[in-house]
Design a protein around this ligand. Sequence first.
Ligand SMILES: [Zn+2]
Length: 406
Amino acid sequence: MGIMGGASLFMYSCKKNDAPKQNQTKEIPQEVLTAIKNQGFSTNGVVRFKDGYVVEGDIFLTDSSLAKKATFTTLKRGETEQYRTTQLVTNLPRTIKVYVSGLGTDYVNATNDAIQRYNDLRLGGLTFTRVTNSTDADITISGFYDPYTPVNASSGFPTANGNPYSSISVNTARFFQSNTPGYWAASVIQHELGHCIGMRHTDYMNRAFSCGFGGAESDPNNVGAIYIPNTLTGVESESWMLACMPDGISRSFTVYDIFALSYLYTPGQVPTPQLFHEWYNGGKKDHTLSANTNIQNLFPGFNYIGASHRVYLTNVSGTVPLYQFYNGSSGDHLLSTDINATAGYSGWQFDGTVAYVYNTQVAGTIPIYCYYDLAATDRVFTTDPNFRNQWPSYAYYGIAYYAFPK
Ligand SMILES: [Zn+2]
């Protein structure tokens, strides 16, 4: 994500005046550019960094690694693709130990947040933990100070023997400034950890998707495509592995990101029950739930409330699809296991299947209650049976479905 905040800072500041100056490749020797291209990376915006080069914003290639050949595999889901390197972390299940070296509490907290975001996925094959002893570390996060480079942070891909990439460098000139809150820093570290376990940029084929520049990148050699089974419909962008991230936002996992990570690092390759997160749009008086943790970036006006409960993202035996409907004129999201829930009512659009849940209570599940405020035209789906104590304007509409506690 190198270019995540830093580069975007860099980019946005240039953009207003003249053409972006990301193309810093002029001083890079042609034989180096050829080696970078042969590895399947973009030669646009290559930056000399330490004893190597940073490409595509934040991927660090040492001088010696440029002599080798890298290959990548496409994980296809619908319209969106995730990409991984051929080298992944092996010897699963495994706990990856992360050490923060010589950086302050802010960095430690951001690292803890990034680790929590991964562990909340319950991948099964891969867990992260922060350690306070450098000799135990699989990945060491350390800082450098450079206010002039467009690099925010950098890391690399897993080693040939199945270990994660061992270091993440963060540019302390760009972290914890006025426009880089803690959740932004956590998102940057979360992104770099993604590289360390083998994820490439989601938009590597056209980095302009997230960066606004960069265009089509070179096609890696030997790209294979693996189709990840099961597909949920719905909005999909804001992947945590997009090359660029605007300053000041929090970006975490989308539903397809969860599928990609589960495919790589969960036994059985399908996601365990995932957190269903709650948002509220005060302007529209509209509550909504999603497994996509970036709703607030996709739909301005929604504020994050927190994790509510857990749902399946695949059609597990015994579950039924949970459909989402949206009424744009009243500003109301409706979740129902009945596909005809809005039949006969005007103004509703069908958004598709957003989860798989139970219609009857099975072991380990809890009821999800529905409440409705007629004046606000707002439905709430909550685990709280006493919701009306605080929100008396909402009428109880019964149990909507059963799912797992968070
Ligand atoms: Zn990156």
